[in-house]
Design a binder for this molecule. Structure first.
Ligand SMILES: NC(=O)c1ccc[n+]([C@@H]2O[C@H](COP(=O)([O-])OP(=O)(O)OC[C@H]3O[C@@H](n4cnc5c(N)ncnc54)[C@H](O)[C@@H]3O)[C@@H](O)[C@H]2O)c1
Length: 261
């Protein structure tokens, strides 16, 4: 969205420092929103804040681990102290660890559930009372196409992303009377730093190079164009704007046709 469609709106983006979160932050700022950039990687959020400010938005970077309830409470306080309200929440922080199911350790399970599921739960829980008192709010939870079907070697990641859709649908139903819309976006395979370790690991499991695996993934996308973080960001901006006013409880694929349900 160009121009001032979200002018004056206050947004939180978790996992803002890289990949999809970075693109969403820049796109929301481009539409006029002020942004709190939350990330466990303080350096990446800090360097993004310069770019966001250059777009004319107000912006703060907050070092936050979304899986830590105290850190989340502190981040909400810091954001509200600076902005006074939170109108838009994008739960984007996430991690992806791939493995053969029988080799998946409890540490890997806990890591994905802690960041992808508990993180979204904690941040929603901390922000929803504020949105309720305002009588409005837009929540976007970043799930995945793997949140609608399982993929080989992605069992726990997929389980965590199914959970994100369940959380989203339930929050949408419970908080609709408060004027809050909650939706999930389900990206397909998008080129971001998230893929570095999974491609290496999959390479070892199936005996292919990371480049070969990536080419295989890209070959499964009917539209055939490389999927960019900006594709996901444009959907997020749409859902936060006037066009999204009657959309809630949905899990919307942005995947070039890679998955059709
Ligand atoms: N890239 C893809 O192909 C793809 C596809 C579907 C869904 N997704 C989802 O999109 C979201 C963003 O993925 P991405 O590809 O941009 O990943 P990325 O690794 O490029 O960026 C993730 C960001 O989250 C931050 N982060 C990680 N753990 C955190 C924590 N505990 N607290 C706060 N911040 C934390 C990281 O520091 C990083 O800046 C994730 O939820 C991911 O599961 C990605």
């Amino acid at each position: 969205m160009d121009g001032e469609g979200l002018s004056g709106r206050k947004a939180v983006v978790s996992g803002a420092g890289n990949g999809i979160g970075r693109a969403i932050s820049l796109a929301l700022a481009g539409a006029g929103a002020d942004i709190a950039l939350w990330d466990i990687d303080a350096g990446s959020a800090e360097s993004l804040s310069e770019e966001v400010c250059a777009l004319g938005s107000e912006c703060i970077s907050v070092e936050t681990d979304v899986s830590d309830s105290y850190a989340v409470e502190r981040a909400v306080s810091e954001t509200v102290r600076r902005f006074g309200s939170i109108d838009i929440l994008v739960n984007n922080a996430g991690v992806c660890i791939v493995n053969r199911f029988l080799d998946t350790g409890i540490d890997e399970f806990n890591k994905m559930m802690d960041v992808n599921v508990k993180g979204a739960y904690l941040v929603c829980k901390a922000v929803l009372p504020l949105m309720c008192s305002q009588g409005s709010g837009r929540i976007i939870n970043i799930s995945s196409v793997a949140g609608k079907r399982g993929y080989e070697y992605y069992a726990i990641y997929s389980a965590s992303k199914f959970a994100v859709i369940g959380l989203t649908q339930s929050i949408a139903a419970e908080f609709a009377p408060c004027g809050i819309n909650a939706n999930a976006i389900c990206p397909g395979t998008v080129h971001t730093p998230l893929w570095r370790e999974p491609l290496e690991k999959l390479g070892k499991i199936i005996g292919k190079s990371p480049d070969e695996i990536w080419e295989g993934y890209m070959g499964d996308i009917p539209l055939g164009r490389p999927q960019m973080p900006e594709d996901v960001a444009e959907m997020a901006v749409f859902l936060c704007g006037d066009g999204g006013r009657n959309i809630t409880g949905q899990a919307i694929n942005v995947c070039g046709g890679q998955q059709v349900y």
